[in-house]
Design a binder for this molecule. Structure first.
Ligand SMILES: [Zn+2]
Length: 274
């Protein structure tokens, strides 16, 4: 009798309460995951992705410089953004981040990605392809020039054809800018002609305000390297910026920094990245 009373008053209600608590905790976890997925961080649970059209185009087809351009188009109109990685072969984080970006889905606009711009330099893990000049000094390039100039021309032609409002070029530097002026590590560099300083400032702020990546936050630098991608973009009246991480940090961290910079930029232009 006592045992029955014990079961009725204590055990059964306890089991019900535990069940409710467990269920609530599970729901909270899921909500927490979704809420924590801010710019540059991605939810680990499945969600419905927006419909995008994915196409690939071969640049420099049939040559040792052959590389892919990925075109990700959303149904809804929006900004066109070109992301370039791997211009310099000894700066792997930008290329790895851009490879990840080729898998993104967007709800508006068009995302163009060239993740391995300089394949021969990447294979050689060298700044320049063997026997070739610096690709980031060769823009806008020439279709009748050497292989480096032809490659530059081919990427420049993508800018000309699609006219992205933004060109984002992902690079790496040896030293932190804050330790050695001009070294450019941990900077975002925008051209003098840019009319979007406010937006770029917000990118820097957002990149620095999340998870603390480094004791040296990103800082803003103004200018565009002659012969570089961003200078080339300005020749076409396009805007853009370079992200320079610092090689003194672990590779995974640098990849994350690049991804966050591009993701927060996209979100600031009104594009949701999945
Ligand atoms: Zn570089």
């Amino acid at each position: 009798m006592l045992r029955k009373l014990f079961s009725a008053l204590i055990v059964y209600p306890a089991v019900i309460i535990l069940f409710i608590l467990h269920f609530t905790a599970e729901r909270k976890n899921i909500a927490g995951l979704t809420a924590a997925a801010g710019p540059g961080e991605f939810p680990t649970i499945e969600e419905s992705l927006p419909d995008v059209t994915r196409t690939e185009r071969v640049l420099m087809a049939g040559t040792p410089e052959e590389t892919l351009l990925y075109i990700i188009e959303a149904e809804e109109e929006g900004p066109v953004v070109l992301v370039i990685g791997g211009i310099h072969g000894n700066e792997p984080a930008g290329s790895r981040a851009a490879e990840t970006i080729t898998t993104w889905a967007i709800d508006r606009g068009c995302l163009l990605v060239i993740p391995r711009a300089n394949v021969r330099a990447l294979s050689a893990r060298a700044r320049c392809a063997p026997g070739a000049g610096d690709l980031n000094r060769a823009f806008p390039g020439s279709s009748s020039g050497n292989s480096c100039q032809q490659l530059a021309r081919s990427i420049y032609s993508v800018m000309k054809e699609f006219r992205p409002q933004w060109v984002i070029d992902l690079h790496e530097a040896r030293e932190f800018e804050q330790l050695a002026s001009g070294a450019l590590g941990q900077t975002i560099i925008y051209p003098r002609t840019s009319g979007s300083l406010d937006l770029i400032n917000q990118v820097v702020e957002a990149v620095n305000s999340g998870e603390k990546f480094s004791k040296y936050p990103f800082i803003l630098r103004r200018g565009a390297i002659g012969g570089g991608t961003i200078k080339a973009a300005t020749l076409l009246g396009l805007d853009g910026f370079m992200v320079e991480t610092c090689l003194r940090q672990p590779l995974e961290l640098r990849v994350k920094q690049h991804l966050r910079a591009v993701a927060v930029f996209m979100e600031l232009t009104g594009v949701t990245v999945h």
